[in-house]
Ligand binder design. Structure first.
Ligand SMILES: Cc1ncc(COP(=O)(O)O)c(C=O)c1O
Ligand SMILES: [Zn+2]
Length: 394
């Protein structure tokens, strides 16, 4: 058995839709569609240990993945990244159990590979013949690589000041690179228009159901790597929110399968002080976020002024007893050095932001020293080396 995918469901009103055709947002409410699986049947038929001895990619979780025919999987070996214990940071911060999920080891150097592999594979299975991809940077690079891998044309749209590495990797992998004078929201509008005009499938964050399915495998892996336990807290650099939403969904599925027990981790969203719509909405007790004006930060992945799935991010944070906080750009860069020098992890600024968040939440007493805490390093620092000095002299 490959996939137990059963139907799609509107995250606003619960209306269900078939999964047998290419889908975007819900026809009823215009909101995010979630993939739903036949979990009762899977519970009867599948043993969690069968995931252990499989291919070491995220496709080991095939029963909880959307692709039905394995021949349609477009893979570069994404997932199965290490959950590194962080003993030096534990000692420095007085913690008993701190981990870093090292997503920089994915193809194209970021966790975006998971979502894009899932979405491109499923869309290919359902007949898509080409893609548009608006992106802050990393998702464009991933879409370009997976497009090349599947020999499907990709047109990427990113802000003209996106990291050079993202532009180059996209171009190198044969995508049409479109640089937009504006932010990801502007890139998104253009990408959708081009997709409609040219019969391409648009892969915008959470505007199709399956990128979140790829991202959810980070949660499935964390549970497996902690020997079928969930951590107490996951600190996550939040832009569009696919990771937080996907991981929360993954833990809920494992709970429903009876494969893990307890309560999901507190989800903690870290944003940049120059673009913090989720933090503001969380602090004001709102269910949706207002677009952040003049969004600016060196952490391009966090420069998402108006996340489409704001309500799902806020739900994940609130339902798990988590929180949201913003950090300064300079603090992120300092934390890039600190993560590298203490644990050898060459993190992206977004990933380093989680360490800043951790310290602040320990100081505030929101997190306790005896909790099991996971920092999500969402990407490799190698794409951001221009932020880093060559030596103490500069
Ligand atoms: C390195 C990095 N971290 C974090 C994010 C934000 O991810 P999400 O959309 O899952 O919130 C991005 C998105 O572009 C990113 O590239
Ligand atoms: Zn609906």
């Amino acid at each position: 058995m490959f996939s137990y995918l059963d139907h799609l469901e509107c995250t606003q009103c619960g209306k269900t839709f078939p999964h047998t055709q290419l889908s975007k947002i819900s026809a009823c409410c215009g909101k995010v569609l979630f993939a739903r699986y036949d979990l009762p049947r899977m519970r009867r038929e599948v043993d969690r240990n069968s995931w252990q001895d499989r291919v070491t990619t995220m496709w080991r979780f095939s029963e909880l993945m959307p692709v039905e025919n394995p021949d349609n999987v477009i893979t570069l070996g994404e997932g199965a990244t290490p959950l590194l214990r962080a003993p030096k940071l534990e000692k420095k911060l007085g913690l008993s159990s701190l981990y870093i999920k090292e997503e920089g080891l994915n193809p194209t150097g970021s966790f975006k590979a998971r979502g894009i592999s899932a979405a491109v594979s499923k869309a290919f299975e359902l007949g898509a013949t080409g893609f548009t991809m608006p992106s802050a940077g990393n998702a464009a690079g991933a879409a370009a690589a997976y497009g090349a891998r599947g020999q499907l044309p990709v047109k990427v749209f990113m802000p003209k000041d996106a990291p050079s590495a993202n532009k180059k990797e996209s171009f190198m992998a044969g995508s049409e690179v479109n640089l937009v004078d504006g932010l990801i929201s502007d890139a998104g509008r253009i990408a959708v228009a081009v997709a409609d005009e040219q019969n391409l499938f648009d892969l915008s964050t959470l505007k199709e159901p399956y990128r979140a399915e790829g991202k959810k495998t980070m949660g499935l892996e964390i549970a497996m790597q902690l020997d079928w336990k969930m951590p107490d807290a996951i600190i996550y650099p939040t832009g569009g929110g696919t990771g937080i939403i996907g991981m929360y969904k993954g833990f809920q599925e494992l709970l429903e399968l009876g494969w893990i027990e307890g309560k999901p981790p507190k989800f903690i969203a870290v944003q940049a002080s120059g673009c913090q719509p989720i933090v503001k909405a969380f602090q004001e007790g709102k269910d949706s976020a207002e677009p952040w004006p003049n969004a600016a930060t060196i952490a391009d992945g966090l420069r998402v002024p108006g996340p489409f799935a704001d309500y799902l991010i806020l739900q994940a944070i609130r339902e798990t007893g988590g929180t949201a906080l913003a950090v300064e750009d300079a603090e992120m860069v300092d934390a890039m050095y600190e993560m590298a020098a203490t644990e050898g992890v060459i993190a992206c600024p977004e990933g380093a932001a989680t360490l800043v968040g951790l310290k602040r939440l320990l100081e505030q007493g929101f997190l306790q020293p005896d909790e099991t805490i996971v920092l999500l390093n969402t990407g490799s620092g190698y794409k951001y080396l221009d932020l880093i000095k060559e030596s103490a002299q500069g």
